[in-house]
Design a protein around this ligand. Structure first.
Ligand SMILES: [Zn+2]
Length: 185
């Protein structure tokens, strides 16, 4: 494995630190309202749904669905070898929670809207960046597979999502991000 590309890392604050360090144990977490169960992301002090302040980080499955994506072919940053996929994913537990991320572990041409993905983390300095890869458990029959069949050629069925045979072995190139926006909707 070569070194991961140099990313613009989010600035940690008391409010968002749990999110960017959550991947240390392999789990994705969101601020969740103890009163109504609503997940608040980006983190905020008050639940916008029930207006209580009973918020705490709680883990989710890490499963998500690709809501939209673009394939970047421009070499914006050294170390980020195009092409790579910048995507917005909706987490399964609450699709209104969207993350801007990269889809890794498959060729950009294999990504499609409605694709089932799961979180994996790239550890850099003091943050664990949530990236997403094809979810092998949902590759053929997941909720996303039938959602928009016209959007992509052949949903990952039959492929080996773990193979990750990317041409350049450039692991997990990143979105060009501005500050802490990567986790924001
Ligand atoms: Zn609430």
């Amino acid at each position: 494995m070569s070194d991961p590309p140099v990313r613009v890392l989010p600035r940690l604050t008391d409010e968002n630190r749990f999110f960017w360090t959550s991947g240390e144990d392999g789990q994705l977490r969101f601020l969740t309202c103890r009163t109504c169960g609503y997940r608040v992301h980006p983190p905020a002090p008050v639940c916008p749904y029930c207006l209580t302040k009973t918020l705490e980080p709680r883990p989710v499955s890490g499963r998500a669905t690709v809501a939209t994506f673009t394939v970047n072919v421009q070499a914006w940053l050294p170390g980020f070898d195009p092409p790579y996929v910048v995507a917005m994913v909706e987490i399964d537990e609450q699709p209104s929670v969207r993350l801007t991320t990269n889809i890794v572990g498959c060729a950009p041409t294999d990504v499609f809207i409605g694709m089932a993905v799961r979180a994996r983390f790239e550890h850099q300095e003091d943050v664990w960046l949530p990236l997403f890869e094809p979810d092998p458990e949902h590759s053929a029959s997941g909720p996303g597979a039938g959602r928009d069949p016209a959007a992509g050629p052949d949903p990952a069925a039959g492929r080996d999502p773990g193979a990750g045979h990317k041409p350049g072995d450039g692991p997990d190139p990143a979105a060009e991000r501005s500050g802490t926006e990567a986790g924001s909707a």
